[in-house]
Ligand binder design. Sequence first.
Ligand SMILES: Nc1ncnc2c1ncn2[C@@H]1O[C@H](COP(=O)(O)OP(=O)(O)O)[C@@H](O)[C@H]1O
Ligand SMILES: [Mg+2]
Length: 161
Amino acid sequence: MSSLTAVYPGTFDPITNGHVDIIGRARRHFPHVVVALSQNPSKAPLFSKEERLAMAKEAVSGLPGVEVDAFEGLLVDYLARRGAAVLVKGLRAIGDFDYELQMAQMNHRMSGVETFFMVANPLYSFLSSSIVKEVARFGRDVEGLVPPEVARRLKERFRAE
Ligand SMILES: Nc1ncnc2c1ncn2[C@@H]1O[C@H](COP(=O)(O)OP(=O)(O)O)[C@@H](O)[C@H]1O
Ligand SMILES: [Mg+2]
């Protein structure tokens, strides 16, 4: 199991500048960062897995050492397949804490995986994929909150509605 690879899991529906900020900062401490898109069956994403992958890949294309992948099933099983022992998570506010603590402790109990929490950049701590979708749905500009390709796809998606 390697601590050189840090896995940053999420739904990324879509990836935002808050996510990209965490990825860039994580990369300064881990030589290899894997952005791992989950297929959470209880969430019905706006964008397909393929669209979310494409947007995430485009967003990190300028960051060497960052890879984008998708996984199904338990996160700890994915980490084992990748030979990774470290998870990175972003914390925005107290609301993130309860669930993340529970997940981190369960993951550690199941396979000894360590979770590294990074605090959100205050510039983006109000930002979530959900709030971005809500604002974009009603035609408001999301420039500066998401990568340009994501802003373009959001416009395209909601124009069609
Ligand atoms: N604006 C942000 N700043 C920092 N971290 C964030 C931000 N938005 C989300 N995150 C973190 O990024 C990770 C993935 O988020 P998300 O795509 O919403 O997936 P999930 O379905 O696991 O909530 C989580 O650790 C989340 O706390
Ligand atoms: Mg979330």
